[in-house]
Design a binder for this molecule. Sequence first.
Ligand code: CA
Length: 541
Amino acid sequence: MKDYIILLVRQVDIYPVTIALHPTIAMHPADNVAIVVTAGGLKAGDQVQKGLSTDALVLLNAIPQGHKVALVDIAAGQTVLRYNVKVGIAKVDIPAGSWVHERLLDMPAARDFQNLPMATAPQPALAPLTGYTFEGFRNPDGSVGTRNILAVTTTVQCVAGVVSLAVQKIKEELLPMYPNVDDVVGIEHTYGCGVAIDAPDAVIPIRTLRNISLNPNFGNEVFVISLGCEKLPPQRLLPPGSFTLVDDRAVTDGPDSICLQDDQHVGFMSMLQHIVAGAKPHLERLNARRRETVPASELVVGVQCGGSDAFSGVTANPIVGFAADLLVRAGATIMFSENTEVRDAVEQLTHRASTPEVAQSIVRELDWYDRYLERGQADRSANTTPGNKAGGLSNIVEKAMGSIVKSGSLPIQHVLSPGEKLKPSQKGLVFAATPASDFICGTLQLAAGMNVHVFTTGRGTPYGLQACPVVKVATRTDLAKRWHDLMDLNAGRVADGDISIEEGGWELFQLLLDVASGCKTWAEHWKLHNALVLFNPAPIT
Ligand code: CA
């Protein structure tokens, strides 16, 4: 009789546990932490699923959504593993069920560049993806635009005010007459004068500006406004031969340009009228173009994340990674960047390089960036924001492991230095070395030739660019619901158990083709955009 009662109690005891367990997500069987999925977080005493097992674990502390729970007892000095990577070292004993946050952890040192595995990953034989197309604008230089925009390039910040008003006037007075042109954009920036223009690192901002003017979404029309006395005149910004001339001028000519200090301008209105009149032939040529069906291989997709949280590496970035593999198989180009967010994954990157030369280039870029940070007495740990930490990311190592997932699983084929432009032959997965700053990374990816941008966010940012559509992917359903008219895709459905990473990856791939064909993103709908921000590691005078 006594035995029977015990058995009954056990059954009652087990039953509510199996249905009331809150889910957690562990990334690897070896991980000794998992993240809490439940919106609003959990309280002490709540029972969670113990990582990848079905066992129950009682929480010892309240744990916010996205933050880590210790799955086992972790003694002081022991390693905290997430993604099967050492993301921290316990400063104190952390019992199973505890909240594991950044104040309890020391950050591991960065891997040095000695004895890295160079191009050691097997090169997979990929089934090509064929038959996928989008409707794009074929450019004279062979590239393809996803938008048909007139860019007005500036050589120096001094002309920005005039150009801003001129662009406004062009949009009001001319653009309605050219319905096939999507927009007119002033390429405004803070460079051009007051800078050490012959310093070695000045090559970065100069080529960035040059290459942005040549972005595929600008149709190879180059129209430059200069001041006249600046250090970066049009001939230096865009020397003959650096761009494809689309009109009948001789190839030795510099770009079509208007100089504000020119004697012909008498008064401010004269400047405005000259710029507006100068825009007309460019608008006419752009307006004569039509979208045509082109293969998906013409996509040049830049990916980055911003306002990341612990879900970035679990939902949104894996979806982007899956789509990245699809894009490579479709023959497209996909760029990942953000030096400080890949630094701790250097071993994975060099391992995945397609050749030892590509692996060397990865090391060259990351080593240069380490030294750039050292000059400012900083290192990669300066990357994480208060929001990242509030979102559950303890340090840059943990953030990097989630960030690198955006690059998918395939070999890295090419490496670009900051501000460099892709060559037409550079297809597949590309590491475009850039700072992780959202606006600077986006600016440098535009210079590289990006025609569609994917941006994942967990905390939420209304990021957008004028020159290129930005597809924003939310890491959590909670954010996707609150920012329903800012987020283009909800990857939080992966954590909710509603879709798989594979389904989300295909959805993003299709969405990119639709957006490339002209479907507007939310940022475009609202005309939300951030400023272009140049990366200038050279001195200011
Ligand atoms: Ca970023």
